[in-house]
Write a protein that binds this ligand. Structure first.
Ligand SMILES: Cc1ncc(COP(=O)(O)O)c(C=O)c1O
Length: 412
């Protein structure tokens, strides 16, 4: 008994650092818990909140992983990744993008997320400002806060297809701005930035002495005729200002394996290596061997993947657009749509409450339509919900139908 009360007292008086107290938990992770609770109570929930492909990891990659285990490939590797992988990643980027990376310009980490966090932590000092094009992936804000920096959002508009507004970017730059984060194809908007747009942004970055942190995790999922484009491709000068981040979670269904990489000027790679050495050391050794095999997947594999997701993108956009008063910009890439539910705000639910926020709309759709979506607030899209279409078209069609019926029950 004595032990218990002491434990309880310690728990209540636990003093967490202010750094941690300010952080917001990931909106998708808390939602996942809620979906699990409801499923546990016997509800069938159509989960449109998950940010990972439903497809299995390709067989050749599973075989490569098994082989690595059988060969006893289970020891520490160099912190920045095995040399063969860093070398192959550099070659892979140079071949596809015409860049001139060497193995020493590459670091391999526990997912694109760790690469992004380390790049931000290495470059952003307290009071530095980082520009984010809103709506944005909320993890960037957390990572900037952890570095002591300030996230400054630059809005983009649904009616412009969520394309960046160059004037607004220029106006948001102050003497403290050090970095602009780009994410194309975009989570949560599905927007893809054109070569011309990225060239114009790169010109601003050179003029105003900014880093471009280019999160290209959805690079393989674009539904446009033009191939995906990275600012690193523009010129050696822009490449020297670009931090290119990518990984295997979305393109190879390897989200759980935690493997991402970053290509950047060597001094930054070395800084990230020091940081990674202090925090986590190398990422999973078996995942690194698997990534070597993933780099041998032919273009046909990625074309098939793109085909599947393009069909799903069309299916969800067509379905949601047919619902009265719902605005749904057509996704150009990634696997998200961000419909605007503003027209339904202020309406009354059959239970008698009023919908006044995206959180309430998401909760209503979860309980009434049995569809899990992510509220737009944390993405700085307060009247929208994010729906992921990383699931088959039958489920997408059913979810759209259930959303339509639930919305029709709202009183004006
Ligand atoms: C925009 C964006 N960047 C990065 C990541 C993280 O990718 P990884 O699994 O490689 O850490 C995600 C995952 O959802 C994402 O949406």
């Amino acid at each position: 008994m004595f032990g218990e009360s002491r434990i309880e007292r310690n728990r209540k008086s636990m003093r967490l650092s202010p750094r941690i107290k300010e952080l917001q938990p990931s909106p998708t992770l808390s939602l996942r818990q809620r979906v699990q609770e409801l499923t546990g109570k016997g509800h069938t929930i159509l989960d449109m909140s998950l940010g990972e492909p439903d497809l299995p990891m390709p067989r050749v990659l599973r075989e490569a992983a098994k082989q690595a285990i059988d060969e006893g490939w289970t020891r520490y590797t160099p912190v920045a990744g095995i040399h063969a992988l860093r070398e192959k990643l550099a070659e892979h980027l140079n071949q596809r993008k015409g860049t001139h990376y060497k193995a020493s310009d590459i670091i391999v980490s526990g997912g694109a997320k760790q690469c992004l966090a380390q790049a931000i932590y290495s470059l952003i000092a307290p009071t530095d400002e980082v520009l984010l094009l809103a709506p944005y992936w909320p993890s960037y804000v957390t990572q900037i806060q952890l570095a002591g920096g300030r996230a400054v959002s630059v809005p983009t508009r649904a009616q412009d297809g969520y394309q960046p507004d160059l004037d607004k970017i220029q106006k948001a730059i102050t003497p403290r701005t050090r970095m602009l984060i780009l994410n194309s194809p975009n989570n949560p908007t599905g927007a893809v930035y054109s070569r011309a747009t990225l060239e114009a942004i790169a010109e601003i970055a050179l003029e105003r002495d900014l880093w471009l942190l280019s999160d290209e995790i959805y690079e393989r999922l674009t539904y446009l005729d033009t191939p995906p484009f990275s600012p690193a491709e523009i010129s050696p000068e822009v490449c020297a200002r670009t931090i290119l981040v990518n990984g295997f979670s979305k393109s190879c269904a390897m989200a759980g394996w935690r493997l991402g990489y970053m290509a950047a000027p060597k001094p930054l790679i070395e800084a990230c290596e020091t940081l990674q050495g202090a925090w986590t050391s190398n990422t999973n050794s078996i995942a690194q061997r698997t990534a070597l095999a993933a780099l041998d997947l032919g273009q046909g594999f990625f074309d098939d993947l793109r085909g599947v997701f393009a069909q799903r993108a069309h299916c969800i956009q067509a379905g949601l657009s047919a619902i009265p008063n719902l605005t749904v910009p057509a996704p150009q890439g990634a696997f998200y749509v961000l419909p605007d539910f503003k027209a339904y705000f202020g309406r009354r639910t059959p239970q008698g409450s009023y919908i006044t926020s995206s959180h309430q709309m998401a909760e209503y759709l979860l309980m009434e339509a049995k569809v899990a979506t992510v509220p737009g607030e944390p993405f700085e899209a307060p009247t929208c919900l994010r729906l992921a279409y990383a699931t088959d078209t039958q489920i997408i069609e059913q979810a759209v139908e259930q959303i339509k019926h639930a919305l029709a029950k709202l009183d004006e």
